[in-house]
Design a protein around this ligand. Structure first.
Ligand SMILES: [Zn+2]
Length: 408
């Protein structure tokens, strides 16, 4: 039977694995408590000690920081460059779903922080072939993006012999409390495969049922353990040393460095995935089809845990947003080569019958997690404050925006 946490909205069916104790409190909420109980001053001193060993004496790069034009990039670079006083080499994987706002944010990021950046452009034909296959095979259009953004920093670390990679939050920790902050878990090949890549390494995509060949997947292959050990590559997470609060952090970045945020159709949050026109749209809808909940639940849970939203209001917000429409779908269909008229049938195939009840030939009724979450008080939602200072405005762009040369 599915159990729900009494503090947040997550259930025992969370895909990252969540433990709910006898008091009906989940592991995510439990680990979140550490943000108020650990000695974070001491933890930050620990971080300073770790990075001290990586300061280059040759006026070279001290570390690698993976970035996008959204997410926590600004805060991570700010911490690394301005507070830890390191000289980072920024790296980014072009996932081809860039929003004009994301490109602006990325350009402003490297100017404001005066950093060099490497951008990886994998040829769009291979990316499309892979995406068509992962969509069909395990219903993910984000595999290539996750694979690219988790492998490219490690490849750069290997090729430039810069052993330290600095990431922002550890997703498994933030959402489901996989580890205590004090365990200071670091990046691993195993976590990447099991969670980021949904169990599929690049090599696993080569199958007789598709036309992918080694050239298509080569750039997604993780460096060997031998090379990783030889250079001493390690990836640390800032969230183990700083009490992570994306809302607060983003607002500081908006004020100090002019990070641009925007409104989304499917969530009340305005800071997270501004760089991508797919993540909060078709990708988020597929999440709802497969898992019975979408990103608005993740955002609501986060805000409940930080005490900015009551559980009752969080449930209301989830119900308000999760069935909202998807924007820019025709753009994605065109890019991937699926005809608009076949699209409903195509995406309906992703609907998990645990969360969707079939009603007639074409109709489905949503029966996801929020159906079990009852609104107790029907008062107006207490407004949660977010700054929205721009918009994705993709309608002005007839095609996907790419960084690199090429017609796709
Ligand atoms: Zn919880």
């Amino acid at each position: 039977m599915i159990k729900y946490c009494k503090l947040c909205l997550y259930s025992s069916a969370h895909p990252l694995g969540l433990i709910i104790n006898n008091d009906n409190i989940c592991s995510g909420c439990k680990i979140h408590e550490e943000k108020y109980t650990l000695d974070w001053k001491l933890r930050f001193e620990k971080l300073k000690k770790i990075v001290k060993n990586y300061k280059s004496r040759k006026n070279n790069y001290d570390c690698i920081v993976p970035v996008t034009g959204g997410g926590d990039s600004y805060f991570i670079v700010h911490t690394v460059k301005n507070i830890l006083k390191l000289n980072p080499l920024l790296v980014t994987y072009n996932n081809y779903y860039n929003s004009p706002l994301g490109i602006k944010n990325l350009a402003n990021l490297r100017m404001k922080f005066d950093c060099d950046i490497l951008i990886k452009n994998i040829n769009p034909n291979s990316v499309k072939k892979i995406t068509k296959y992962t969509l069909r095979k395990f219903h993910s259009l984000y595999w290539h993006s996750l694979a690219g953004q988790t492998v490219y920093p490690v490849q750069v670390a290997q090729n430039f012999e810069i052993p330290l990679i600095i990431w922002g939050a550890h997703q498994g920790n933030e959402q489901v409390g996989m580890f205590s902050h004090e365990h200071e878990v670091e990046m691993t090949r195993r976590y990447r495969k099991d969670h980021d890549l949904m169990g599929y390494e690049a090599e696993d995509l080569l199958a007789t049922e598709n036309d992918l060949n080694e050239n298509d997947i080569n750039e997604f292959i993780y460096p060997s353990d031998q090379n990783i050990n030889k250079i001493g590559i390690r990836g640390i997470y800032l969230s183990n040393f700083i009490p992570w609060d994306p809302k607060k952090q983003h607002e500081k970045m908006i004020r100090q460095f002019k990070y641009k945020s925007c409104d989304f159709n499917r969530t009340f949050e305005k800071y997270d995935h501004t760089n991508c026109n797919v993540y909060m749209n078709i990708h988020d809808y597929i999440k709802l089809c497969k898992n019975g909940y979408s990103k608005v639940t993740d955002h609501a849970v986060r805000e409940v845990r930080h005490g900015r939203l009551s559980r009752n209001d969080a449930i209301k917000l989830v119900k308000k947003y999760e069935l909202n429409g998807v924007k820019y779908l025709n753009l994605f269909n065109k890019w991937i080569g699926v005809k608009d008229e076949n699209i409903a049938f195509f995406y309906d195939k992703f609907k998990n019958n645990k969360f969707w009840i079939r009603n007639g030939v074409k109709e489905y009724i949503f029966n996801g997690h929020s159906k079990n979450l009852k609104i107790l008080k029907n008062k107006k939602i207490k407004k949660i404050y977010y700054i929205s200072n721009s918009n994705i405005n993709l309608n002005d762009f007839p095609k996907y925006v790419v960084f690199g040369k090429g017609i796709n």
